[in-house]
Design a protein around this ligand. Sequence first.
Ligand code: PLP
Ligand code: COI
Length: 360
Amino acid sequence: MTTTPIALKPSSHPLADAEREQILANPGFGRHFTDHMVTIRWTKGLGWHDAELVPYAPLSIDPANMTLHYAQTIFEGLKAYRQPDGGVATFRPEENAKRFQASARRMGMPELPVETFLAACDALVTQDRAWVPGSGEASLYLRPFMFATEVGLGVRPANEFLFVIIASPAGAYFPGGVQPVSVWLSEEYVRAAPGGTGAAKTGGNYAASLVAQAQAAEQGCDQVVWLDAVERRWIEEMGGMNLYFVFGNRIVTPELSGSLLPGITRASLLQLAADLGYEVAEGRISVEDWKNGNADGSLTEVFACGTAAVITPVGSVKSARAEWTVGDGRPGEVTMKLRQALLDVQTGAAPDTHGWMHRL
Ligand code: PLP
Ligand code: COI
């Protein structure tokens, strides 16, 4: 099956305009949800079926639902931005659709056709377009996800799944705005090991990260930085973002080791930074490289990137053994230039030379 037609069953009680506008004035991140959602079912032997756009509502879950026990679940995150002419466009949705398929393969789940993923995103954004914030970097964050719906306690890939997309208006991911974040180098816990699920966007990776995130908070840090599981030496990524290291005109991001998430923002910045004349590379960066580069001044900036957080400067680093400030601790020039260049493409302020924007 290629495309699955989506039956439209709009809400008879969408939120009143005034209440929606109040939310859009200060949406935060992931706190409010739009009036609708898309649901599509998959059954072994039948394939994808019953695609619907319906009012946003709770799902009813059997206590023996396999996901609650064995976590066969994956998700995506992408954004829709208001364009200068009042229209709406999503950023690189095909990339999310393809990564969703890759996550599904790793987790023993059915692959949703790319066209169906795109049609479902388009249907929801079109229906709830009044929820796309009016301008600037605020956006409508789309959260597609899929989980096993089969009931039973046997440990095996499920025979029934539900795909859902919900949407949530998004302001800044970090409440402080573009403030440098402080990071905690996790040496005790690891997020993902070779052969594991680190490159998939699956709930278990996030569950495994939470105790270290709590540890980071206890240490007075905003976020965790994960190291490789084998040597505990090579920088991998953050809890929900990839990392970039700026050495003057040379910009390096940790290579895709198989245990970190292949971020779409990360991939876009490899291109955008090259467009802006920087020398860009994927490579291996160790904790010593970070510390030494910082001490001798060759490492000038570090930033994190991801859909939710866009680009966020890293201001300071702490581990069980050391603590240092990145550069002068303030948002760096390259970081802010790349951040603006990316947002300009997403918000339609700059030409979309790579065909990244998907107009609705
Ligand atoms: N790494 C992790 C663990 C993430 O959850 C995310 C967010 O999706 C990213 C990196 C950044 O990926 P993207 O730029 O595709 O949002
Ligand atoms: C995203 O940026 O889309 C993420 O998934 C990060 C986090 C909210 C899990």
